[in-house]
Ligand binder design. Sequence first.
Ligand code: NDP
Length: 257
Amino acid sequence: MSGLLEGKNIVIMGVANERSIAWGITRSLHNAGANLIFTNRQERSHQKLVKLLESNNMEATLLVNCDVASDESIQAAFAEIKEKVGVIHGVIHSVAFAKREELKGEYADTSRDGFLLAQEISAYSLVAVTNAAKELMTEGGSIVTQTYIGSERVIPNYNVMGVAKASLEASVRYLAEDMGKYNIRVNAISAGPIRTLSAKGVSGFNDKANVIVEKAPLRRNVDQDQVGDATLFFVSDLSRGVTGEVLHVDSGFHIIG
Ligand code: NDP
């Protein structure tokens, strides 16, 4: 797979630490020869990323700050990428947020501001990022986001995030239609449960992981590298005929009734 992304400039949003799905994606895209540009929100994540890159002997093309809660921050991040890198060929959107108290108990208890916050950071951000990135994708491109089966089915405790992921997946389809004429594709990966910082915020992680081992056709959990390789497929020309798709990387769990 080496060389598949040689000379391609890819923006990766959402590495918080070595457990992040975006870090698994980083490994796959790096092995395929991509030039990587990273965005972080928190200084702490930025510092962790710098150390991770160093200890893995990887060199980033550029590191920029970006808080997707702010249009100005998104604009400034992509303006800096345009100025320092120029053309980009892909964006990995691996960003989500909901208040911890909304990720347990009954969905019916969701607050108005908790609902709006989850939608804003986890779904609307893809719209704003796509719009900013398209200006830099003058040679065509691929945008890949991360979703979860809680968008399709009721998964205990996932609550407001499940509704945000449903909105994210619908956005993937509408954005795919808008972007197709610019030769930009938009797709999502629906990963099985993976133990990350964000996953810890949802009550009952172990139950979710145990169900996969018990019921999924492959009877094992997925990891960051499997999501990374599936994302590599979406970023590369191997998937040039695919857009508006949600690909399940979940050991086949979604087909089981
Ligand atoms: P991480 O906690 O490792 O990553 C979440 C990332 O979201 C962090 O890097 C965080 O940045 C970023 N983020 C949150 N708010 C903002 C913001 N306002 N602006 C910019 N960045 C922000 O968890 P995961 O790797 O698990 O999550 C990545 C994606 O994968 C999410 O969309 C998640 O829903 C999805 N997913 C996760 C699954 C799992 O089981 N783990 C399963 C299926 C999908 P910072 O650290 O700088 O705050």
